[in-house]
Each structure stands twice: as structure tokens, then as C-alpha cells.
Design a protein around this ligand. Structure first.
Ligand SMILES: C[S@@+](CC[C@H](N)C(=O)[O-])C[C@H]1O[C@@H](n2cnc3c(N)ncnc32)[C@H](O)[C@@H]1O
Length: 278
């Protein structure tokens, strides 16, 4: 029932989109940049500050000042007015910002579909501020031992507590897992944690370009076997296309970065570096 609900929301999101934003022709690209149309989906890294120091993350390398609340709310208005339908918040840790409730409320008022990625540590005390979210991603990087070795002692229990309190508060939750050499051996246990908590599951692959820690990459010979295990998990929401891309290197038809999608950094500047296929 939950997954039907989730599917219905996604349909609404895409059917509600401006057709030309989804099906633009190659020759229209430059026109799109010049015109008023904005990407369908925007991710805002709303702060680089974080209360954890994860072994695979590079957020702490950037210490730019976050944009203030008034400018942030104005940015949401501009994004919505330009035709964007879907907004995602990441960081750093978005809940480090004490105005996150106000930001979510503004997104709701502007009719945006809103998701947020969190490490969960601050969620139980802030559930009331997060009620406007359509989806709360909580990062789960392993079983208790592995998650805590990546994210610090006690944080596995905190993310599970976060999932329970968000679900109890009526917020749809997905665990978000980054596959790496550190956690692929406990993938069965991670699947059981997802199944036991009955929340959605999104899986992505570690990117080591920024950190330079190539030893954190998953052994390419094991990747297919691991992905095939992941595919069987009932609550998995990662697209088949992305999983095929990981296993077979199947080319993605088009990259929508800058046209269908863009990222705004904590200073309020936009970047076009990735493609939202997962
Ligand atoms: C950067 S964090 C920010 C949100 C929040 N602080 C958290 O821990 O979920 C967002 C997600 O990116 C993932 N991530 C961090 N470094 C990564 C990397 N090098 N490659 C791929 N994903 C990464 C994290 O595990 C987390 O699930």
C-alpha cells in the first residue's frame, strides 16, 4: 500500500511537469539555458556543516558560509516560479540549519515535491519541522558495526531511532545506502534492516573522485553479484536503469544535468556536475 502511494506521488510529479522540460530536443538545449525554464528537479546542498565526520564524505572540506534564511526562502520562490517541480535538500547535515522547518513550509506553499537527506541524529527532536516532507532519506551505511565504523559510535542506533520516529510522525522514509568496499560484505544484513523497518531503499555507488580514497571502491568483480542481491529486495526503489548502468556500464541515453536537473551549493550558486538516474 505504501509503495502504491509512493508510485502515485511520482506519477503526479512527472505528469504534472511541463512537457518541454522532459522531452527537449538536443537543438533546444541552449535555448533552454537562455529561456526562463528551470530544471525539473533541483538539489540544494543547504549547508556544508555536519555533526558527523563520515569516512567517505568530503563535505567537511568546504566551509563556505550558508546563505541566510531570507535569501534561502527567496531562492525557493524563484525556483518554484521558474517551473521546477521537485526539490531535494542535502548537505552537510540539513538539520544543522535551525530554519529547515521554515524552508520546508515554504516549499510546501509553493507546491514543490520535497525530499531531504539526513544522517538521522537530530531527527527525533525535529519531527514536527519535517512533517511537510514527501520523503525523508536516512543514510544507512551498514549493519551496526560497519555503519558506526563509517559514521561514528552510536550512530546506527540513532538512524534506526530516526526512522521509527519519522514513520510514527507520518513522514515517508527511505534508507539511502552508499555501496563501498567498507559495507558490501554486509549487504544481506542491510537488506534485512530495510525489510524489518518496512521503509523504502535507495542504493547508490560510492564516488571516490572527490576524496581520492580509491580503496573504498567496490571490487568490480563482486559488483554484479551484490547488485543482483539488492535487486531482490522488496522495498528497493533504485531504478533498474541505474543498476544496469552500474553492472554493465549501459550508457544512459542523455544526461539531463543543467536541463532536467541541477545542484545549488550552500552559497546559493548552481553547479551542473551530476545526473539523477538512480
Ligand atoms: C553528503 S550526505 C549529506 C546528508 C547527511 N549528512 C547524511 O549523512 O545523509 C548525503 C549522502 O551522500 C552520501 N555520500 C557521502 N560521500 C559520498 C561519496 N563519496 N560517494 C557517494 N555518496 C556519498 C552519504 O552517505 C549520504 O547518504
Amino acid at each position: 500500500m505504501k509503495s502504491l502511494h509512493f508510485g502515485a506521488r511520482l506519477c503526479k510529479l512527472y505528469v504534472g511537469a511541463n512537457f518541454s522540460q522532459i522531452r527537449i530536443r538536443k537543438e533546444d538545449d541552449n535555448q533552454q539555458y537562455r529561456g526562463n525554464k528551470f530544471p525539473l528537479a533541483v538539489t540544494i546542498s543547504c549547508t556544508n556543516f555536519c555533526n558527523l565526520k563520515c569516512t567517505h564524505c568530503q563535505a567537511e572540506n568546504y566551509k563556505d558560509k550558508d546563505i541566510p534564511t531570507t535569501r534561502f526562502l527567496g531562492l525557493i520562490d524563484e525556483i518554484a516560479k521558474s517551473g521546477c517541480k521537485k526539490i531535494g535538500f542535502t548537505g552537510g547535515e540539513p538539520l544543522i540549519r535551525n530554519d529547515i522547518g521554515k524552508i520546508i513550509d515554504r516549499c510546501r506553499k509553493r507546491g514543490l515535491y520535497i525530499s531531504l537527506v539526513s544522517n538521522g541524529t537530530l531527527v527525533p527532536n525535529r519531527v514536527h519541522e519535517l512533517k511537510g516532507l514527501h520523503l525523508l532519506f536516512l543514510s544507512l551505511d551498514g549493519n551496526r558495526e560497519v555503519h558506526d565504523s563509517i559514521r561514528g559510535n552510536g550512530n546506527f542506533d540513532k538512524v534506526i531511532a530516526a526512522a521509527k520516529s519519522a514513520v510514527a510522525g507520518g513522514i515517508p522514509v527511505a534508507f539511502l545506502s552508499t555501496l563501498s568496499s567498507m559495507n558490501y560484505k554486509c549487504i544481506d544484513e542491510m537488506a534485512s534492516i530495510v525489510n524489518n523497518n518496512r521503509v523504502h531503499w535507495m542504493v547508490g555507488l560510492i564516488q571516490t573522485e572527490f576524496t581520492g580514497n580509491r580503496d573504498q571502491n567496490v571490487d568490480s568483480k563482486r559488483l554484479k553479484e551484490i547488485i543482483n542481491k539488492i535487486r531482490k529486495v522488496r522495498y528497493l526503489r533504485t531504478s533498474k536503469k541505474y543498476l544496469n548502468f552500474l553492472v554493465d556500464g549501459m550508457p544512459v541515453n542523455r544526461c539531463f544535468a543543467g536541463i532536467g536537473y541541477c545542484v545549488i551549493d550552500p552559497r546559493g550558486l548552481y553547479t551542473l556536475f551530476s545526473c539523477p538516474i538512480r
